[in-house]
Ligand binder design. Sequence first.
Ligand SMILES: Nc1ncnc2c1ncn2[C@@H]1O[C@H](COP(=O)(O)OP(=O)(O)O)[C@@H](O)[C@H]1O
Ligand SMILES: [Mg+2]
Length: 384
Amino acid sequence: MKVISIANQKGGCGKTTTAINLASALGVNGKRVLLVDLDPQAHASLGLNIDSPDSIYNVISRLTPRKLKLGDIIVTVEKSFDLVPSNILVGTLEQELADEIGRELKLSEILATQKDKYDYILIDCPPSLGFLTVNALRASSDVIIPVETSRFSMQGVDHLMDIVNLIRDRLNHSVESRILITMFDSRLRHSFSMLAQMKEKFNGQLIDTIVHVNVKLKESAVMGKTVYKYDKYCRGTKDYFSLAKELITSIEGSPVSAAPAVRERKLDSASAPAESAPVSVPISNRMREIVKKESSGLLTTFILEAPQAQSVYVTGSFNDWSLDESCRMKTENGFWTVQLPLKAGLYKYQFIVDGKWQEDPDNPVKERNSFGDINSLIEVKVGD
Ligand SMILES: Nc1ncnc2c1ncn2[C@@H]1O[C@H](COP(=O)(O)OP(=O)(O)O)[C@@H](O)[C@H]1O
Ligand SMILES: [Mg+2]
């Protein structure tokens, strides 16, 4: 069992959205997941349309007349995804336990009772660095820090890192920190300069997957659903599936690689929603030869959002910039996709949208070419 906190004392940076939709994506990938809503504002519970009179308060509090065990309050959300709801009373625990020795271990002790039942426990933290967040971090081996690519969010990361270091030094408990870029708006130049700064500052801690701004994520929360249930083809669903796969790979070590805005899946993998990526892809003779010679068992998926386009191809250094049927993309809900079997390596590519060449707007990794326009770059890694 892996316990992962999702924390950042800054409100509105995508903690709850990440908690709900990562939990759902891990669940669809066959993992047994428990999401603990630890925010007294109960946004995760409300975002899943669960309004519960009981919460983790009834499990931790000594004063409550309605003392419960964790198992009593767990609610099933999706097939492999359960929730521990929150409510406003959770906010009173800090005061109630102010003088108690070992108060920062409360959640850790309680979650230990469920360790055989779940593969992943995610904790949606409140937007503060108090008692509840310290309890969450003390119970976790990892923390995901969602950072919105806006001006002020980098400072918050430093403060949270201070708390992580304090927990390591004072409570003798190490937590691995990873940073997740959320609400990335590829239309804004500012987003790319923030991304470059983040890469420089947090090199090695940045999660490869970037969560793009997508209105479906907001709408799904308003409708009380996970984004997968709300619209399984949308960008938000794809991004959180990519995040789930990246985490599973880095934690459990299965051979899947990832690059910004481009996702890979094993040829016979059932880990993404079957509907979101057509498995049978027309492969030209030339491609077939490459596959036979160097097949790694991986397909690389190219995605472009272009609702108005009539035809879209991807071409690049992987096929000597040729244009054949194998790189014609298919459209679904305005998203054009194609899966190509690429061997490990670094490739340059461009999309051809209605005959016009363009870079991948969702891939920040790019370079200027000798024609004066931009090639996008993708690194395909195979195995570890
Ligand atoms: N990638 C995204 N694209 C669009 N809206 C988003 C995205 N992530 C979060 N939101 C919206 O931003 C608001 C704040 O997100 P939330 O996850 O509640 O943040 P936090 O839990 O850190 O306070 C919510 O209205 C949510 O629906
Ligand atoms: Mg929240």
